[in-house]
Write a protein that binds this ligand. Structure first.
Ligand code: SF4
Ligand code: SF4
Length: 483
């Protein structure tokens, strides 16, 4: 097990920021939200019903239109970077439902992505907020650290930690953020922690494409089966799959949180990792990562060494469903008879405009009825780290989404983002609805398995074999370190 170097975030590595008072108001001169983009908004309000925070609170300043107005008065210097001002932007999930809904083509995505780094540079959060965010960013982008956390998670689940904490009255007393961390803890399966996607997987039969695969951070540790299924499906459909060992976090989480220098450093490293692999496409099975990787060209536009390479890299990025929808299926599918609710992850649907492809790919499975969920455009409340930093709003949105899912009485649910899967599992009381990434279902169909019948419950009772598995995992991990 190797430890990756921490992403740079020190003062000396920060972007050089030239403060220009006057023209840019409270924003500094490094890519503030532009007047041109701000003035695209004609205040019609068509975006309001699709905005989750407006749906929750009915507050104008927590709507897309209100936030664009806040940017305008920020540019005019009529406000300060104070708690109230920042709060309205922190409340935004970055779900981009407003971009889909806007008839005037307002690029709210570019606007909020310009504002978030400004907040990170020019506003000092309180100590506990800074510490909590730092904890997240020192953990999530590092698979090796996540694996260690997963071992503790497995121990916690084995001793039924939640029940113990509840009995001791601790759960009631910890902060809502820590409660959210506890509640969202993924099921830790120790046998999955040592699983790795091979660096190269040959195509089954004649190769039609040579593709690279992003293995992700949370994805490779807690959703190793999804990566394995994705590789099998791609190989079965005639793709050689290259998964460079040197790949690290793509920077999506950092980018969505406005940690610009960190996000850019990660983007550069990922571009380096895939360069020279000879792949014609870089395939992603995580919606949030794909939406950022498609933006590398814009994010690195100021970097003379990377601008062109980043644009070329972004042009190759496809969600796995986009690639499969492009390829004529060659691998025979066996039936899976079930009603499947498909949940559009915001960063796939709104962020990348990829809605038809995952449905089309799922419909190649005979017998599978793919159904839509009411209020499909409204975010489930996961939104990167949103359900951790804004647990109350995340919880309300999660419960609302689950109620909509349950209303169509599906046999199972599919969605293409690990954050959505964790969020929906958390709020699905009893965990009785089997949930999948679409690739797991396509893979199962190709292999002739019906996973909907054999799916364990979301929160299986702890098994007595866990301690043995923990010890064996720790032994393997320490053997790896010694090599
Ligand atoms: S963002 Fe678009 S939909 Fe929303 S108020 Fe402005 S112009 Fe109208
Ligand atoms: S990104 Fe989502 S939460 Fe933010 S303003 Fe747009 S619709 Fe509302």
């Amino acid at each position: 097990m190797t430890t990756q170097p921490a992403a740079p975030r020190d003062e000396d590595q920060r972007l050089h920021v030239e403060h220009a008072h006057g023209e840019t108001g409270i924003f500094d001169a490094h890519h503030p939200p532009t007047d041109e983009r701000i003035s695209d908004c004609v205040h019609c309000g068509f975006c309001l019903p699709t905005c989750p925070t407006y749906a929750l609170w009915g507050e104008e300043m927590d709507s897309p239109r209100g936030r664009i107005y806040l940017m305008k008065i920020g540019k005019e210097g009529a406000v300060e970077f104070d708690d109230t001002y920042v709060q309205h932007f922190d409340n935004c999930l970055g779900c981009m439902a407003c971009v889909t809904a806007c008839p005037s083509g307002v690029k709210y995505d570019e606007l909020i992505e310009a504002v978030r780094p400004q907040l990170e540079r020019n506003y000092r959060r309180d100590r506990s907020d800074r510490l909590f965010r730092e904890l997240i960013f020192q953990l999530f982008p590092y698979p090796s650290r996540l694996r260690v956390a997963a071992v503790f998670g497995a121990l916690y689940q084995w001793i039924n930690g939640r029940q113990l904490l509840e009995r001791a009255g601790v759960l009631r007393r910890i902060t809502p953020r820590l409660r959210a961390v506890e509640a969202l803890l993924p099921r830790a399966r120790l046998r999955d922690l040592a699983k790795r996607v091979p660096a190269f997987t040959p195509a089954r039969g004649a190769a039609r494409r040579r593709v690279g695969l992003l293995t992700g951070c949370v994805q490779r540790v807690f959703f190793a089966d999804v990566n394995a299924a994705t590789v099998r499906v791609l190989a079965a459909e005639g793709c050689e799959v290259v998964a460079p060992r040197s790949q690290r976090c793509c920077g999506a989480l950092s980018e969505h949180a406005g940690r610009e220098p960190e996000a850019l450093a990660r983007a550069r490293r990922l571009i380096d990792a895939f360069e020279g692999t000879g792949v014609d496409t870089v395939v992603v099975n995580v919606a949030g990562c794909g939406s950022t990787m498609k933006e590398y060209g814009r994010l690195l536009r100021d970097d003379p060494q990377y601008a062109e390479r980043a644009a070329a890299f972004s042009a190759k990025v496809r969600d796995v469903s986009e690639l499969l929808a492009e390829l004529e299926p060659v691998a025979p599918r066996r039936p899976i008879k079930a009603r499947l609710a498909y949940h559009d992850a915001c960063h796939l649907g709104h962020g990348q405009g990829v809605r038809a492809e995952p449905r089309a790919v799922l419909r190649t499975i005979p017998g599978l009825e793919v159904i839509d969920i009411p209020e499909a455009e409204i975010c489930c409340g996961s939104a990167g780290i949103y359900n951790l930093v804004k647990p109350e709003a995340g919880e309300e949105l999660g419960q609302r989404k689950v109620a909509n899912v349950v209303s169509v009485a599906p046999d199972a649910l599919a969605t293409a983002n690990p954050g959505c899967l964790l969020q929906l599992r958390r709020h699905m009381s009893g965990g009785e609805l089997p949930m999948f990434h679409p690739m797991e279902l396509v893979d199962a169909s190709i292999r002739g398995i019906n996973p909907i019948r054999s799916q364990p419950t979301a929160n299986p009772p702890p098994t007595r074999r866990q301690p043995a598995a923990i010890l064996s995992y720790l032994a393997r991990a320490s053997a790896c370190r010694r090599k």
